[in-house]
Ligand binder design. Sequence first.
Ligand code: HEM
Length: 62
Amino acid sequence: MNSPQLGDKKAWTPLIAEGQIVITAHGFVGVRAMPSKGGRADLTFNQFSDTLNYMVNKSGGD
Ligand code: HEM
């Protein structure tokens, strides 16, 4: 479904450029084909945010 894969720097570069707050908020509430929190309704905000940071750090961001 065109989701950005872990480590795919080409896919993540434009997302990272949107900024941490924006992409965290979008993923938390859901964006286009991505369900809220990736479909894991039981995740806390901090769990989701930590996961996104992990993915960004493995995909060219810091
Ligand atoms: C906690 C784990 C996850 C994180 C941190 C995460 C994060 C993201 C981010 C940052 C985007 C880019 C959104 C944008 O374009 O602004 C995205 C897109 C997407 N994600 Fe996830 N995701 C996660 C899990 C999942 C899961 C499990 C699914 C499938 C059920 C999924 C499906 C998608 C899809 C389909 C897109 C593309 C949306 C579109 O452009 O139409 N994600 N994700």
